[in-house]
Design a protein around this ligand. Structure first.
Ligand SMILES: Cc1cc2nc3c(=O)[nH]c(=O)nc-3n(C[C@H](O)[C@H](O)[C@H](O)COP(=O)(O)O)c2cc1C
Length: 246
């Protein structure tokens, strides 16, 4: 009993730290800094993206650093009919209860550190603040998920099936560079497991060769007025993760 009370107090303490951190966040959200303006969008408007803007954003993404400039990425974009085809096959698969199986290993809860588990819980709180008590079970949220967030374009970044962990790092850098480039052009984004959970469907529709694995899918488009787009996520206090030794 004593241990439980202790754990509860620690969790409460961590949450208090996060809540104090929100002031900082809101200050930064107002800033001109594009890093603070980007956030994941879960309800896109029907406004289309031109091929030109997609090309510009992907071109900017290629400025990401990579091991010896190997640039171990390829990019496949689903939009228009190909995306509608993917969306329909995803919906049918979900309705049939098909199990998700992405090309990268799906992390199990047991693999996360206690800190990460606590961060996920705090994320759940942020969702509730924006969408209400039901949080991620909210029907509007579930519907958006089911509809691939209504994104008018999804950028799939792939790597060779034999790519090393460093290539996955490089592709992470590519993804973030691309999302910041998008935001700088007024285009919103979300990276989501939801987009990559049925790689067989994506590879078939986008004709992605067998020697490629799908690392990430990033939805692009323009945010609509949904409350799903009001989710403001916090970050753990810097002194929890930063270790400077002099
Ligand atoms: C690899 C990856 C997969 C993600 N998958 C999902 C997802 O399936 N559904 C979702 O709503 N958000 C997903 N997200 C978005 C995260 O929830 C989001 O990035 C995080 O809560 C931080 O919020 P922010 O992007 O608004 O700063 C994913 C993010 C990453 C990087």
């Amino acid at each position: 009993m004593l241990t439980l009370t202790f754990i509860y107090n620690i969790q409460y303490f961590i949450k208090t730290l996060y809540i104090n951190d929100i002031d900082n966040l809101e200050e930064n959200m107002d800033s001109e800094n594009i890093i603070y303006q980007r956030k994941s969008i879960r309800s896109f408007s029907s406004k289309k993206l031109s091929d030109n803007i997609i090309e510009e954003i992907v071109l900017d993404g290629t400025r990401a650093p990579s091991w010896e400039n190997a640039q171990p990425w390829e990019v496949y974009v689903a939009t228009g009919n190909s995306l509608e085809n993917i969306r329909k096959q995803y919906m049918d698969s979900e309705t049939m209860g098909k199990a998700p199986k992405s090309d990268l290993t799906i992390p199990g809860l047991g693999e996360w550190s206690k800190t990460s588990i606590s961060n996920v819980e705090v994320w759940g709180e942020s969702v509730k603040e924006a969408v209400g008590e039901k949080g991620t079970s909210d029907p509007e949220m579930q519907n958006a998920d089911h509809n691939l967030f209504y994104a008018p374009a999804i950028v799939y970044i792939t790597a060779n099936i034999n790519a090393s962990e460093y290539s996955i790092y490089d592709i992470g850098a590519f993804g973030q560079t691309l999302m910041l480039a998008a935001k700088s052009k007024g285009v919103d984004s979300i990276p989501a497991f939801q987009f990559v959970k049925y790689p067989d469907i994506i590879k078939n529709v986008l004709e992605i060769p067998d020697n490629q694995k799908i690392v990430v899918g990033i939805g692009l488009g323009y945010a609509d007025n949904s409350r799903l787009n009001n989710i403001l996520t916090r970050r753990a206090p810097i002194d929890q993760i930063l270790h400077i030794k002099k």
